[in-house]
Design a protein around this ligand. Structure first.
Ligand code: KG4
Ligand code: ZN
Length: 354
């Protein structure tokens, strides 16, 4: 048994299955992660270039119990030491969410402990709290993942107001689609980032939607199409595009990446101005991107903003960020056992409890 576990019987078990990662973690009241196990399904979805919902939920069914067992084993704790069970119930793929929720409900019922409903998006931002080791709210929050590109005004860890989101593709989705266009593979983010290292970010002037408009919305679909045309030619055009050599792929990747980063940083700056907040939290898979992290750091220094970006290993989906469950537990925001999932984005107030 680990030291911390022997000191505390009050441990949180967090479960995450909203998309294509099956994950569980054990977290103590200081938000220390005693264990965090992630079983990724990337290999199952790779050949489709994106997540196939039916395949995802079937894989969750097979993996959820072994993942929970393994996280308890790694933490050196037994189920009897678990004082509450937190589970991501929104947003995400309906079948995937249901698998995690069913496991969590069963455990909460059998152990007779509280059930806590986690908003996956709020949890992505709460990942910043874990590294900081202290309260990081209120703040503006930027969540950039495979499914979402959202800006929030976060009054507290459990009280979010959506300021703006994407009107079409999410930032991570654009990375994934562009990687497919360039023949790089899936998931696209890390592969684009790698290819872009040898490229010129100014080689192709891709569009930056809404960048100079006074609205907190994103659009990445036009950018994706622009990359497609630059790579494979514009329909109806006589001129052929330059040959898709490794050099050209690197230039396209770098030019695309910098266009996305320009927009994300520009809109985040607008949100900071609009809200007057002096603190910024950034989470979600795309926040693992080194160019985005660097540019956000520059902006924060320039604007004298306190910046917290989730640790790289906590950017992509994981259950450790379900440490957010402690905020619900401490506030007594328990959920009933007939709790259901909410697959879509909660547009107005994204409360971290239901
Ligand atoms: O947060 P996440 O694991 O899942 C969702 O909640 O959607 O985010 C996954 C997304 C994928 O689209 C992936 O391509 C992107 O995050 N991603 C990145 C990087 N690492 C992962 N995008 C850009 N640069 C990266 N280094
Ligand atoms: Zn996510």
């Amino acid at each position: 048994m680990s030291d911390s576990a022997s000191h505390s019987k009050e441990l949180l078990l967090a479960i995450e299955s909203s998309c294509d990662e099956t994950a569980a973690a054990v977290i103590d009241s200081n938000r220390r992660i005693l264990s965090s196990v992630i079983s990724t399904q990337h290999e199952l979805h790779e050949r489709f270039g994106g997540v196939v919902p039916e395949i995802a939920s079937r894989a969750h069914v097979e993996r959820i119990l072994p993942v929970i067992d393994e996280t308890l084993r790694q933490a050196g704790v037994t189920l009897q030491q678990i004082g509450a069970v937190a589970v991501a119930t929104q947003p995400g793929l309906v079948g995937s969410l249901l698998v995690g929720l069913t496991a969590a409900k069963t455990l909460a019922c059998v152990l007779d402990v509280p059930l806590l409903a986690i908003d996956h998006i709020a949890a992505h931002l709460y990942a910043c709290r874990i590294a900081a080791g202290r309260d990081v709210f209120p703040a503006v929050g930027l969540v950039v993942s495979g499914g979402h590109s959202n800006l929030y005004d976060c009054a507290s860890p459990v009280d979010f107001e959506l300021l703006g989101s994407t009107i079409d593709d999410a930032a991570g989705e654009a990375f994934d689609k562009v990687a497919q266009i360039l023949g790089l593979g899936y998931p696209g983010g890390p592969l684009i980032e790698q290819a872009a290292r040898d490229g010129d970010p100014a080689a192709i002037p891709f569009p930056r939607a809404f960048l100079n408009e006074d609205r907190l919305e994103f659009s990445f679909s036009g950018l994706k199409t622009a990359v497609k045309y630059a790579a494979h030619g514009t329909p109806g055009a006589r001129a052929l595009p330059p040959e898709l050599t490794p050099r050209r792929i690197a230039d396209l990747a770098a030019s695309f990446q910098t266009a996305v980063v320009d927009v994300l940083v520009g809109k985040t700056e607008q949100a900071l101005r609009q809200t007057g907040r002096a603190r910024l939290l950034v989470g979600g898979g795309v926040a693992a991107n080194a160019v985005l992290r660097g540019r956000l750091e520059d902006m924060a220094t320039r604007r004298r903003i306190e910046l917290h970006i989730a640790a790289r290993e906590l950017c992509t989906d994981n259950a450790a960020m379900g440490a957010l469950g402690w905020e619900l537990w401490e506030r007594g925001r328990f959920s009933p056992l007939d709790l259901d999932v909410t697959p879509g984005l909660v547009r107005k107030r994204s409360s971290a409890s239901s």
